[in-house]
Structure formats: structure tokens, C-alpha cells
Ligand binder design. Structure first.
Ligand SMILES: [Zn+2]
Length: 68
């Protein structure tokens, strides 16, 4: 179990780092400030995307913080 815990902690650290970086840039960590997320590989066929649920499509860190 110690091994699993180590991975969990590593992922958590990585996530915290990503969020801290996004915060310093003022962008949403889920979409990197784009305001939308690509839908897997289908995007190449349909060219569709959906608004980022984290920031409601604004791409701003403040909005992401409010929804999280
Ligand atoms: Zn976003």
C-alpha cells in the first residue's frame, strides 16, 4: 500500500504544481486558459469542442476557483 500512497502523493504534488502555475498566470488549470476542452479524437472529424466546465469558458483562474 505504501507504493500506492507514494503515487497518490506524487500525483497530488503534480496537480498542486499545475494549479500554482496556472494561478501565477491567471489561467484556468483545466483548459490552460483556452476556455474550452477538445473532445478526444472526435474533434478532428466534427471539429467540435465544449466549454470548459471548470471556468465556464472564460479561461480565467478566478472563475475556475469559484467553481472548484
Ligand atoms: Zn477552463
Amino acid at each position: 500500500m505504501g507504493f500506492i500512497n507514494a503515487i497518490d502523493q506524487w500525483l497530488e504534488k503534480k496537480n498542486e504544481k499545475r494549479i500554482a502555475l496556472s494561478k501565477s498566470q491567471g489561467i484556468c488549470p483545466e483548459c490552460q486558459g483556452k476556455g474550452f476542452n477538445m473532445v478526444g479524437t472526435e474533434v478532428y472529424i466534427t471539429n467540435s469542442y465544449y466549454d470548459c466546465p471548470g471556468c465556464n469558458g472564460s479561461g480565467s483562474f478566478a472563475d475556475w476557483l469559484e467553481t472548484n
